[in-house]
Design a protein around this ligand. Sequence first.
Ligand SMILES: [Zn+2]
Ligand SMILES: [Zn+2]
Ligand SMILES: [Zn+2]
Length: 160
Amino acid sequence: MPNTPLANRPHDHSHCVHTALAEADALCARQGVRLTALRRRVLELVWQSHKPLGAYDILGVLSEQDGRRAAPPTVYRALDFLLENSLVHRIASLNAFIGCNHPEHAHQGQFLICRECHVAIELEQAAISDAIIDSAKDVGFSVEAQTVEVVGLCGNCRSA
Ligand SMILES: [Zn+2]
Ligand SMILES: [Zn+2]
Ligand SMILES: [Zn+2]
């Protein structure tokens, strides 16, 4: 049996959200940056599941649930803030965002994205990012950032 990632296991997700917000509070306090109410709410929305969420979905919830008429640039700025502080990752292939559960240390995002249920499972394998950096170096390229997005079927969808 392979390891079943949290995203594929039944679990109390409110615990994930609670932990993520508490970590964000602590991290922002340490770095002396302000996690405003809107930034915090956007982070909470990104964490509503283990599936990446697009900026327009976030805008939709903000206006429906919160009755807030947040302009798109406001939400994009909040997302930029969360990205800069490593609290979320951007999944380019889906144009969507996913919460990071280990924002406290610098790392490159590696994601397994299920094409069926859209769950995104983050891997943290230094060996993968090192291999990319080395291969890039071989062709004279200096890597500044990397996000690896791998598409396939997650364990739940494979057994369904
Ligand atoms: Zn969860
Ligand atoms: Zn991460
Ligand atoms: Zn799946």
